[in-house]
Ligand binder design. Structure first.
Ligand code: SPD
Length: 282
């Protein structure tokens, strides 16, 4: 029987990935972090049995979580990433020339260390603009003194240490920590997994109440449950669908040429929601 990894997300329905071997397994203070070598997806990181990233498809998630808010802001200089310990979101943020400083607040150093060793191409950890802090993002956000232009929440699923990242109070603190035209993005799970709908409703309810602009957008990530993944965008300034934003994206050909998923058409199209998806957050 060949080795495989299974993430069940709906009774007995789930995802199966062929494995070659286990490369790393550590029960940290917070969670079980594992890295496998897979048959066709490169190395794979799981946390508490849930897929976080594979070398082959991580670009979709990281490009979409980072570039949608980064281009929605006219000139993002200071950026905060909550979670994101594998470094992929920071790598994408750091491609923007306007950025002068990125704080990445990751609760679990085990994730960063495992990523540096087993996903050496994912992070840009030596970049002098990146400051990694090993702290609880929920505590950190309540004490921000110097606000950020963009905040990106790259947490795990709403079980365990990441549960608080789906609460209204957390988004109120994020709003307080943004500059006047600040923009936020956050990962909000698969519309196909009903057990996550209450968390999705909570996040979009909070964003709608707190921000003048709040929208869901979608991307397609093969190794996440059911392959369809939602993210939230909230803005105190421009709308992600403003013409200015689209022109801004099209003006940076060098950055765009380095990307494998994101472009101006994907940016606009990602906000088109199928009816069953909009219904979840109405
Ligand atoms: N079940 C997948 C949840 C995705 C959460 N973030 C992944 C981290 C990648 N930087």
């Amino acid at each position: 029987m060949p080795l495989s990894y299974n993430e069940y997300y709906n009774e007995q329905t789930g995802l199966t990935i062929g494995l070659k071997k286990l490369l790393f397994s550590e029960q940290s203070e917070y969670q079980l972090v594992e890295v496998y070598e897979t048959d066709t997806w490169g190395n794979l990181m799981t946390i508490d049995g849930m897929v976080m990233l594979s070398e082959r498809d991580e670009f979709v998630y990281h490009e979409m979580l980072a570039h949608v808010p980064m281009f929605t802001h006219p000139k993002p200089k200071r950026v905060l990433i909550i979670g994101g310990g594998d470094g992929g979101t920071a790598r994408e943020v750091l491609k923007h020339n306007s950025v002068i400083h990125v704080d990445m607040v990751e609760i679990d150093k085990t994730v960063v260390d495992a990523s540096k060793k087993h996903f050496p191409k994912v992070g840009d950890f030596e970049n002098p603009k990146l400051n990694v802090l090993y702290e609880d993002g929920i505590a950190f956000i309540q004490n921000v003194k110097n606000p950020y232009d963009v905040i990106i929440i790259d947490g795990s699923d709403p079980v365990g240490p990441a549960e608080g990242l789906f609460e209204k109070d957390f988004y109120q603190y994020c709003k307080n920590a943004l500059t006047p035209k600040g923009v936020l993005s956050t990962q909000t799970e698969s519309p196909w997994v009903e057990s996550y709908h209450p968390s999705m409703k909570k996040v979009f309810g909070a964003l709608d109440d707190l921000f003048p602009i709040a929208k869901m957008y979608l991307s397609f990530i093969p190794l996440y449950p059911a392959g369809m993944w939602s993210m939230g965008l909230a803005s105190m300034g421009e709308s992600p669908l403003d013409n200015n934003v689209i022109k801004r994206i099209q003006s940076v050909s060098k950055l765009l040429a380095s990307l494998k998923y994101y472009n101006s058409d994907v940016h606009s199209g990602s906000f088109a929601l199928p009816n069953f998806v909009s219904k979840i957050i109405k």
